[in-house]
Design a protein around this ligand. Structure first.
Ligand SMILES: CC(C)(COP(=O)(O)OP(=O)(O)OC[C@H]1O[C@@H](n2cnc3c(N)ncnc32)[C@H](O)[C@@H]1OP(=O)(O)O)[C@@H](O)C(=O)NCCC(=O)NCCSC(=O)Cc1ccccc1
Length: 281
């Protein structure tokens, strides 16, 4: 995942293994979208593997693009995963392989947990709309989302973190954080130990330490970091991913207990290069 800030807009994707937006799924559609308020856009080139008829992009593949761009925006606006209840697509023009498109979506209505969205896909060369879509997305509470993971064998309790497996859910998130923060600080090997003191609801205890962590790259001040994060909710986690430079503030606002220097978080994640994880219960 590579949520980061580009100017006043936010690059939005939600999960590195996602078929739609993931950067760690070889079959991913690689839709990398930028959100600005109630709107989202993505430059997108459907891959050769999406061919349906000769030289044409498969219609089902385009429907998945409708779903992805809308779901990304709905989830980002809702602050929690928003799942597709209904969606539709109108095919206006054949989409030719090798022609870059611009995907655009917006939230047209938000009532409680229900978000209604519309989208369209423009051919960059002609400016014509090739297909249009709409859908209803339902914001799902994080506990529900966790229990869905559980049923799918993806809950914390169903995961083996013992070897710091980066293919686990947590690993994906750590990896995404590493990607987020890389480039903002110099690299050095740092180890994160994560303990789950409770699984339902998750109580995450981070123990972070590394050789020498610069708290403030400007001043070069250094310190070791020992951070405990308790009851980190999905919303805060998502917000941290979307606004990594506000990680320390977001933790503080969520009432998270942080031992150590919160301002070191940004630098820490920049330097994160290995993880050891441990489930204690
Ligand atoms: C979660 C939910 C959609 C809704 O369940 P709950 O939370 O228990 O909600 P509840 O039943 O309490 O209703 C609340 C309100 O909503 C309304 N309403 C509900 N449904 C419909 C409807 N069909 N049509 C019309 N309205 C409907 C309902 O009437 C009520 O309205 P009211 O408040 O009375 O005015 C559930 O049916 C489900 O899991 N379905 C499978 C979803 C699934 O697998 N999707 C595909 C995978 S996700 C994906 O691929 C995208 C993605 C990509 C990337 C990233 C993220 C996402």
């Amino acid at each position: 995942m590579s949520n980061s800030i580009a100017g006043d807009t936010t690059i939005v994707d939600h999960y590195p293994r996602c078929f739609g937006c993931g950067s760690n799924n070889p079959a991913s559609m690689r839709i990398h979208a930028v959100r600005d308020g109630n709107r989202i856009t993505a430059d997108w080139l459907p891959p050769e593997t999406a061919e349906g008829g000769p030289g044409l992009v498969h219609g089902g593949y385009l429907a998945a693009a409708v779903d992805e761009i809308q779901a990304l925006l709905a989830s980002s606006v809702a602050g929690v995963p928003a799942m597709t209840a209904t969606m539709s697509i109108q095919y206006r023009k054949p989409v030719l392989l090798g022609r870059p498109l611009t995907l655009e979506a917006e939230v047209t209505e938000q009532r409680g947990r229900k978000l209604t969205l519309t989208m369209r896909a423009l051919d960059n060369e002609s400016g014509e709309a090739c297909f249009e879509g709409s859908g209803l997305y339902i914001a799902v509470r994080s506990e529900v989302w966790m229990s869905q993971m559980d049923k799918g064998g993806k809950s914390f309790s169903g995961m083996d973190f013992s070897n710091g497996d980066l293919s686990t859910f947590f690993g994906w998130h750590v990896r995404s954080l590493r990607e987020n923060y890389r480039g903002t600080a110099e690299s050095d090997s740092v180890t994160a130990r994560v303990e789950f003191a409770n699984l339902q609801p998750a109580q995450w205890v981070f123990r972070l330490d590394g050789p020498e962590l610069a708290i403030d790259p400007a001043t070069g001040a250094e310190a070791r970091v020992d951070i405990e994060i308790h009851s980190l909710g999905f919303n805060t986690w998502l917000a941290m991913l979307e606004r990594p430079e506000r990680a320390a503030d977001l933790l503080a606002e969520s009432g998270t207990r942080v031992h150590g220097e919160p301002g070191a978080l940004t630098t820490f994640f920049a330097q994160l290069s290995s993880t050891e994880t441990k489930v204690t219960e």
